[in-house]
Design a protein around this ligand. Structure first.
Ligand SMILES: [Zn+2]
Length: 259
């Protein structure tokens, strides 16, 4: 295939944009696979479960404490009744019975109050744990929100850069002869580097150095001959040869001079 060397060199610009697009796609994949987001979500879920369990345990303890308190009230009421009965002039035998019951009620009350104290201590410990868990939960929520914000920011950056590169690519491709672009696209569909500079004897894509013998046909090839690297198949661009057009292809003004 023949194509102006100047046009061939524009393939290098197309390749540079495609390399950028490949890198952007890689960044996108890396971002999707970033464990920070999953780790933060997982921690948030675990802490949420822990807080729910603690809240449940505290509710259970509160019910137990209520039950013990009601029992204490009953014991106290019964003792008060007994004392009223004693004060209202019971017989000696009845007094003895009441006295014994009061002693037993006092023991029962002391035992219930011990139980209550123990339950309240446990409740206090769980309360402290719940407060700490809620603090950690708040922190985990902030970490997750930060991770989400970071991810959204990076994603927006990648999308904007991708859109830029895609429009640059379109503008570049329009200015390269169709069959040259078609050749490039065919190669690019198979490998990431479809066009590379020949630097000295080395292919800029596969980095393999050509032998002096291999260089003979390359050196003697007409300037508008489209060369391919025999090793990797990419279009090999001779940037060290003088061409009819400037080597730097960046400036549109410069390009116009040669149109
Ligand atoms: Zn090569």
């Amino acid at each position: 295939m023949k194509a102006d060397l100047f046009d061939q060199r524009r393939l290098l610009e197309l390749q540079a944009v495609d390399t950028t697009l490949t890198q952007l796609a890689q960044r996108r994949r890396k971002l999707d696979a970033d464990p920070a987001f999953a780790t933060a979500s997982q921690r948030l879920r675990a802490l949420g479960d822990k807080a729910a369990n603690l809240t449940g345990d505290i509710a259970d303890l509160d019910r137990d404490i209520d039950r013990v308190e009601r029992e204490v009230d009953l014991v106290k009421k019964r003792a008060a009744n007994d004392r009223d009965r004693m004060a209202s002039g019971a017989g000696a035998k009845e007094l003895e019975g009441l006295q014994s019951e009061l002693e037993s009620l006092a023991r029962r009350q002391a035992s219930l109050e011990d139980d209550e104290l123990e339950l309240m201590e446990r409740r206090e410990a769980l309360d402290t744990e719940l407060t700490e868990t809620r603090r950690q939960l708040g922190e985990a929520e902030r970490v997750l929100a930060d991770a989400e914000a970071d991810r959204a920011r990076l994603l927006a950056e990648i999308e904007a850069e991708t859109a830029d590169a895609a429009s640059t690519r379109q503008a570049l491709a329009i200015n390269i002869p169709d069959r040259l672009v078609e050749l490039y696209e065919r190669i690019h569909a198979k490998q990431p580097i479809a066009a590379a500079e020949l630097v000295g004897r080395r292919c800029g894509s596969c980095r393999i150095e050509k032998s002096p013998a291999d260089m003979i046909p390359i050196k003697s090839a007409p300037i508008d001959e489209v060369l391919r690297c025999e090793e990797c198949g990419c279009v090999l661009i001779r940037t060290e040869l003088p061409s009819t057009a400037p080597r730097t292809l960046a400036s549109e003004d410069e390009l116009k001079k040669y149109e």
